[in-house]
Design a protein around this ligand. Structure first.
Ligand SMILES: C[S@@+](CC[C@H](N)C(=O)[O-])C[C@H]1O[C@@H](n2cnc3c(N)ncnc32)[C@H](O)[C@@H]1O
Length: 311
């Protein structure tokens, strides 16, 4: 696969679960290289519509080149938690019939050395999905307090040596020797971590943590989930593919909490309107099948959850 390509994960099951209607209105909140978006367009009839969103300008350039000519498709450079405002601007305020999120980073992002996502490729410490906004990883590491950095590495990387790594980074900063490249940071982390996990580079967890922090991935997902029910029409589907347990936990909890009746005060015989569930779970967690795992190692950690908006 060349660096500009991305093998979509759970392609058929995700589009199946979105239950695309020929005349429906859908959102692909994470366009990437358009694997899912193109399959949705194939299922739409002439009056169907698809809004595709990505916060990465390179993904948006790809969408402009490959799907924007399709009159049924609208392309927007944005984060997916901006969806309510985007729908208002488009005049789609009555909502949509389905939203798909395929979270995380794409292969082209990971494989382009200059994006700085991978410790396996020598590049600048950038790690921003939206290269037009926000601090780079190098800028972040230059100013983040040591304690906060340790918390980020522990929480988002589930790294047991988070304090040691944060200490080593702070010490390098004090000596004006903070690494400016991916491999430099990976070496510093490797020197700070006293043990090795089989088959795992010691920088894996810290790189994941920094990427999540710099891109505010969990905050944006939480702010999207807050409004997700408002943007779905009755029977509209929410399909989310996650790649690590922190994301999946948020999605699972959100779907579960919105799919159950709140605790009724004693003596209240009928569930009042505002306490009725807003979602119905469509299936249990769905994971890629063996043939997909064999063909695409990136699918290994994928979990898909699906819920449907109740009237
Ligand atoms: C795993 S890829 C999606 C791949 C896509 N489904 C495909 O088949 O080509 C994730 C994409 O989501 C984008 N992304 C991640 N978080 C985002 C957010 N909060 N808002 C918008 N786009 C986001 C990334 O820039 C990346 O391009």
């Amino acid at each position: 696969m060349n660096a500009a390509e991305h093998s979509p994960v759970l392609l058929e099951p995700a589009v199946e679960m979105l239950a695309v209607r020929a005349d429906g209105r859908y959102v692909d909140g994470t366009y990437g290289r358009g694997g899912h978006a193109r399959r949705i367009l194939q299922r739409l009839g002439p009056s169907g519509q698809l809004l595709v969103i990505d916060r990465d300008p390179e993904a948006i350039a790809h969408a402009q080149a490959y799907v924007a000519d399709d009159a049924r498709c609208v392309v927007r450079h944005a984060a997916f938690d901006e969806l309510p405002a985007l729908l208002r601007d488009l005049g789609w305020s009555e909502g949509v019939d389905g939203v798909l999120l395929d979270l995380g980073v794409s292969s082209p992002q990971l494989e382009a050395a200059e994006r700085g996502f991978s410790f396996r490729r020598e590049g600048p410490l950038d790690m921003r999905m939206d290269t037009r906004a926000g601090p780079t990883a190098a800028e972040y590491l230059a100013q983040v307090p040591e304690r906060e950095l340790a918390q980020v590495i522990r929480r988002y990387g589930e790294e047991r040596f988070a304090r040691r790594i944060a200490r080593a980074i702070a010490a390098a900063r004090e000596e004006a020797a903070l690494p400016q490249t991916t491999s430099g940071l990976a070496r510093l982390i490797a020197a700070a971590v006293p043990t090795r996990e089989a088959g795992k580079d010691p920088a894996t967890r810290t790189f994941q943590a920094l990427r999540i922090a710099i891109n505010r991935e969990l905050e944006i997902l939480a702010s999207f989930l807050d409004v997700a029910c408002d943007v779905l029409r009755p029977a509209g589907r929410l399909v989310v593919i996650s790649f690590h347990s922190l994301e999946d936990r948020q999605v699972k909890r959100f779907m579960r909490d919105n799919a159950r009746v709140g605790d009724l005060p004693p003596g209240v015989p009928v569930v009042p309107e505002h306490m009725r569930p807003r979602l119905q779970l469509v299936s249990k967690a769905i994971r890629p099948e063996r043939h997909e795992l064999e063909a695409n190692p990136r699918a290994r950690s994928a979990v898909m959850r699906v819920a449907e908006r109740l009237p």
